[in-house]
Design a protein around this ligand. Structure first.
Ligand code: GLN
Length: 498
């Protein structure tokens, strides 16, 4: 019974809970049991809030028993929350030692929307420190393991959320995507991950990495489940000055429409610069097969060129560290978390705390960013990078005149072994080649599973298809994703062994 519930989609769980075929408490308990059974292997969670989850589920059951309509289409469905959103009743660490033991005094808007929707928050998931990384190896609390192969990374920074989905510890999860941290882990774990249009989901209470790039979004095992979650968390928030004051795209309707499998009249653009050289052969083969599948569904596949995408990585790794160096100045040993009492002056305490509290990747980026912003270098680095950012946005605008959505492989390779790239920052950064342009432009993109690729050194592993859409073009993106998904068998990770 309990295994069945953990392998059920969020949409189906919701309908069974709302018709009182099963209780929200049973569903929550099944997932807590599953976490107890497998999380020692996956380490997807940093904090499990069992009692709070059961209490929240009981409230949903009580309301339904009293004849009240469900608070939302996802009332009673369990979810795993990336540990970068503040939660007033749970610790929030952002994967950093500097926030160890910190209990935020308030809920992020995403958190409060989930609560208001009656979603059962199971706990907080592991991530690279302050969302910098592509593997979760930069978490201060240990690596998350990929349910497909425990010797491999689940991607990052939101590897915990993606692994929780793939290992059936939760049917829904929340991630954040600054350069690919929702989409790359989705690709590595055979799950669905959506980076909404910048400003589509409130950043209030999301611990900042790079504010002009950060965006929260839904993660799930199916496109429809992601769409249901998208509509719960998206929408204008006066507490976030960059939040878009416009209606949320109707992504649930689009996902249902797409499931009919008819894409006739739609143009799908293949970004020439995001295929071919540098892509693992199995990844490229899976992508080519996806294109044939999209054609079979009636879409017209065209080639487009985005010539400035090749500078995206370089621009991102100047803009992101610059914003990081400024955003992370707030961790000064006075206001939050860790405080190392060392020396008499406030400066000495700050220096000792930041030295002990930040990991090597975070320090690297603070130093890079501080350098890029320093007088004399600002124009040459930060200023130039901002110009590239504009050129990338223009590439997108031109490409979206030729195609309704753009596609590429989400990542150049399948999941890599733990330890493979941790000491080689450039190799780690190259993971984000195909995902970064979307963040720089503020547009929308998602990753959907596109089958398995053979690897030379282990089992076959999931591959992701990236679908990119214009700003606020989520409806067409979900439609294409759902149509493509309808042609495929769901990817199911092998049983996690202890
Ligand atoms: N891997 C990218 C980085 O390290 C993306 C991070 C993210 O999206 N939060 O910056």
């Amino acid at each position: 019974m309990s295994d069945d519930l953990t392998r059920t989609t969020a949409a189906e769980l919701a309908s069974r809970i709302h018709t009182r075929d099963v209780s929200a408490v049973e569903v929550a308990q099944a997932h807590l049991d599953r976490i107890a059974a497998v999380d020692a292997t996956t380490h997807a969670f940093l904090h499990v809030a069992g009692d709070a989850a059961l209490a929240s589920a009981a409230l949903v059951d009580d309301a339904l028993a009293a004849g009240t309509a469900p608070a939302s289409p996802l009332a009673g469905v369990p979810l795993a929350l990336k540990d970068v959103f503040t939660t007033s009743d749970m610790p929030t660490t952002a994967g950093s030692r500097i926030l160890q033991g910190w209990r935020p005094p308030y809920d992020a808007t995403v958190t409060s929307r989930l609560r208001a929707a009656g979603v059962t928050i199971l706990g907080k998931t592991n991530m690279d420190e302050f969302a910098m990384g592509s593997s979760t190896e930069y978490s201060a609390y240990g690596v998350t393991r990929n349910p497909w192969d425990a010797s491999r990374v689940p991607g990052g920074s939101g590897g915990g959320s993606a692994a929780a989905l793939a290992a059936f510890e939760a049917p829904l999860a929340i991630g954040t995507d600054t350069g690919g941290s929702i989409r790359q882990p989705a690709a590595f774990t055979g799950t669905v991950g959506v980076k909404p249009t910048y400003g589509g989901v409130s950043r209030y209470g999301l611990i900042a990495c790079a504010s002009s790039l950060d965006q929260g979004g839904p993660c799930a095992r199916t496109v429809l489940d992601a769409a249901l979650l998208h509509e719960v968390i998206a929408g204008h928030d006066p507490l976030d000055s960059t939040s878009i004051d416009a209606p949320v795209p109707s992504v649930v309707a689009a996902a249902r429409q797409g499931a009919d499998g008819d894409l006739s009249g739609l143009r799908v653009g293949v970004v020439r610069e995001l295929t071919g050289e540098g892509y693992q052969p199995g990844v490229q083969a899976s992508f080519d097969a996806a294109l044939r599948q999209l054609e079979k569904l009636g879409a017209e596949v065209v080639e487009v060129s985005c010539p400035h995408f090749e500078y995206g990585l370089a621009a991102y790794y100047l803009i992101l560290p610059s914003e990081v160096s400024s955003n992370l100045a707030r961790f000064d040993a006075m206001r939050y978390g860790l405080r190392v009492e060392d020396g008499a002056s406030a400066e000495a305490v700050m220096a000792a705390t930041r030295e002990a509290g930040f990991g090597p990747e975070v320090k690297r980026r603070i130093i890079l960013g501080t350098y890029a912003l320093s007088s004399g270098y600002y124009d040459a680095y930060y200023g130039q990078a901002q110009k590239v950012r504009t050129l990338i946005s223009r590439d997108f605008t031109a490409a979206f005149r030729q195609a309704d959505v753009l596609v590429s492989p989400t990542t150049p390779t399948t999941a890599f072994p733990i330890g493979d790239k941790v000491d080689d920052p450039l190799a780690m950064y190259l993971n984000d080649l195909a995902t970064i342009p979307t963040n720089l432009a503020g547009t929308a993109a998602m990753s959907v599973p596109s089958g398995l690729a053979a690897t030379t050194d282990g089992p076959s592993l999931p591959v992701g298809l990236q679908i990119m859409a214009p700003a606020l073009g989520e409806a067409v993106m979900y439609r294409v994703a759902a149509a493509y998904e309808s042609t495929r068998e769901a990817l199911v990770a092998p049983e996690v062994s202890a």
